[in-house]
Design a protein around this ligand. Sequence first.
Ligand code: FES
Length: 157
Amino acid sequence: RLTQEAMEETEQPAGGLHFIGKKDELIEAKRSFRTVDGRDILIIHHQGVFYAMDCYCYHAGGTLENGDIEEINGKLCIICPKHKYKISLCEGEGLYRGRNPQEEPPVYRWYSKGVKQRTHTVTETNGEIFVKMSSQPGWIDSDYYQGEKGKIERAKA
Ligand code: FES
């Protein structure tokens, strides 16, 4: 039998989760901008799945809000509107097309630059959406634009 206190605990999301909004509203919006813990993030709903990532592109701080989403090399990516960099929605990987100079004739393939954009975890509880901010240690390129610089870029966009 659950005590009143334990019942309340089970209804409360675990620590570190930030309430973002009602699921229905976020689906309707498709893209939602939020500031969580002073960090500007983008919550994306695409083909039935929620994603969250830093709002400003790791390349030069372009806002990703209106970027198209395409599947590239089997990964769903957002295309930064500013210079068309491709960033995977799940991992924040930077993808680029290149070729091995040893290969003749040249064959262009997609390559990964590794994780460049910080992504955050989205969870749902009773029709409400929460985000757990990335705790991945170390520097990720998109961190650079989460200071004043990022906010300036957003104001210009
Ligand atoms: Fe250059 Fe995003 S700012 S591609």
